[in-house]
Design a protein around this ligand. Structure first.
Ligand code: ADP
Ligand code: MG
Length: 242
């Protein structure tokens, strides 16, 4: 495999337990540089936990996480951010009393080194330039998500994990955010995108992994996923509350 197409991230047999419960029960996949991998599955299937383990919030109980061919499982988040792994949160928690600009500046100061970061351009790219000098507390929930994305990007990630960024966005905002994620991928960033909105997943991802109860039940294109019997069963079952 040529070096540029070698996986940036590879997880194998990942297990994460909470007490006796296995939130992740042997998950394996990889993400290439410049690729957008979707991670889908019903509520509680382990999507956020998967991001939490990859980004160092929790160490894995078993299995391995490799980044650029090196084991990183169990390293704390701040070290991983330095190495180029960052994420957005399902529920963003900006520093509410700091301005939008300062939230981004704080993140940038803790990010991967090298190169200049144009913070104004970054804020403009997530449509927060007009809010740069306002405290984050004044942003609505969609704007807080965009600030969370800007904060993650300010650390200059090479692997970006995105947790339900699209929830609550209107169709025009969805289109723009989808375009932005594709642009990031074109620049060589690898993205792991967790999302419930299948239209959005269809628009942005190259490939998807479907999780159910901490296990991966499908890997391939979304077009094939929706024709897969197990995937259909899991999603219809979830919709009917079984
Ligand atoms: N910190 C935690 N402590 C205990 N249980 C947790 C914790 N985080 C997640 N879980 C449980 O693990 C399962 C997977 O959660 P999560 O990864 O958040 O699912 P998803 O993001 O797919 O909705 C759920 O049953 C959830 O309640
Ligand atoms: Mg989640």
């Amino acid at each position: 495999m040529s070096p540029e197409r070698a996986p940036l991230l590879r997880v194998a047999g990942l297990v994460k337990r909470f007490g006796g419960f296995r939130a992740l029960d042997g998950v394996s996949f990889h993400v290439l540089p410049g690729e957008i991998l979707g991670l889908v599955g019903p509520n509680g299937s382990g999507k956020t936990t998967c991001i939490n383990v990859i980004t160092g919030l929790y160490g894995p109980d078993a299995g391995s996480v490799q980044y650029e061919g090196r084991p990183i499982g169990g390293l704390p988040s701040h070290r991983l951010v330095h190495q180029g792994i960052n994420r957005t949160f399902q529920v963003p928690k900006p520093f509410l009393t700091l301005t939008v600009r300062d939230n981004v500046a704080v993140a940038a100061a803790h990010g991967r080194r090298g190169g200049d970061l144009d913070q104004d351009a970054l804020l403009a790219s997530v449509e927060l330039d007009a809010y740069a000098d306002k405290p984050a507390a004044e942003l609505n929930s969609v704007q807080q998500k965009m600030l969370d994305l800007a904060r993650a990007l300010a650390t200059r990630p090479r692997l970006l994990c995105v947790d339900e960024l699209a929830a609550g966005l209107n169709p025009a905002e969805l289109d723009r955010v989808a375009g932005r994620l594709r642009e990031l991928a074109r620049s060589g960033i690898a993205l792991l995108v967790v999302e419930h909105l299948m239209g959005f997943i269809d628009q942005v991802t190259d490939r998807v992994i479907v999780l159910n109860a901490g296990k991966e039940i499908f890997e391939g294109t979304l077009a094939d996923a929706v024709r897969d019997e197990r995937v259909v069963e899991v999603f219809l079952g979830a919709e009917h509350g079984t």
